[in-house]
Design a protein around this ligand. Structure first.
Ligand SMILES: [Zn+2]
Ligand SMILES: [Zn+2]
Length: 240
């Protein structure tokens, strides 16, 4: 069943493109609906509180527009992936779903390393001024800002999947778990709310706070969820 679906989706470039486009649209809008519902519930119960408050007028509309263009870039990137697949440069593992138990954590870790490196690069002067400024136009992060990128940033972040599939035959479910895991963490990183806490900013669970501070100051905290790379390379911000 899974194999027949993969073969169908990868049989034509435009099918792969269409599938990826619809898949990411569903992740984005479906995820926003889900996260908004959870947020309304938690706020009503006084379980979470807003971290910063400087949303600009029309911000969410701009973020939606940027996000749809990023989704288009992700779908375009699926075309070379389809070419690599039909020309047998990679294949999906058939070792049983049980393998996903270690493949998913490996992909999570790879995503963290890849994000730290590319995000650090995007903060270097030429890239920040020409590319990453678009994501940072959202000084207050919102659920809509998760894919609010310049097309080059979308291309760079979307390319995360190429190295893993070319070096190891991951199970298709592990591969599909990467964008799902990534957008869920992204929603949590951008929803600008957290519980009342006395834990230090470098506490692993405070990644929402760290990324909100990243949007507020536009520096430091290049990591995605894990605080360890920022701690190791002394890029946590603010220091106190
Ligand atoms: Zn940034
Ligand atoms: Zn962000």
């Amino acid at each position: 069943m899974i194999n027949a679906t993969i073969d169908f989706v990868f049989s034509k470039w435009w099918l792969t493109f269409l599938f990826t486009f619809v898949f990411f649209l569903c992740l984005y809008f479906g995820g926003i609906f889900l996260m908004k519902s959870i947020l309304i519930y938690l706020k009503r119960k006084n379980k979470v509180f807003e971290i910063v408050d400087f949303k600009s007028k029309g911000q969410e509309q701009t973020e939606i527009k940027n996000s749809i263009s990023s989704i288009l870039v992700f779908a375009l990137q699926a075309i070379p992936l389809q070419w690599l697949y039909i020309n047998k440069y990679f294949y999906f593992g058939q070792n049983g779903i049980i393998n996903c138990l270690w493949e998913i954590p490996v992909l999570f870790l790879w995503n963290e390393i890849y994000f730290y490196l590319t995000h650090w690069l995007l903060h270097q002067p030429p890239f920040f001024m020409k590319v990453h400024y678009k994501h940072h136009a959202s000084r207050e992060p919102t659920l809509y800002s998760v894919y609010s990128f310049h097309w080059f940033e979308a291309f760079l972040l979307g390319a995360v999947i190429f190295i893993p599939v070319l070096i190891y035959p991951f199970h298709i479910l592990s591969i599909l778990s990467l964008p799902i895991m990534s957008i869920l963490l992204n929603f949590l990183g951008h929803w600008n709310h957290e519980r009342a806490t006395t834990k230090k900013p470098n506490y692993i669970g405070r990644f929402t706070f760290r990324h909100t501070m990243h949007h507020k100051y536009s520096k430091g905290n290049f990591g995605f969820m894990l605080p360890y790379f920022d701690m190791l390379f002394n890029t946590s911000y603010p220091k106190k």
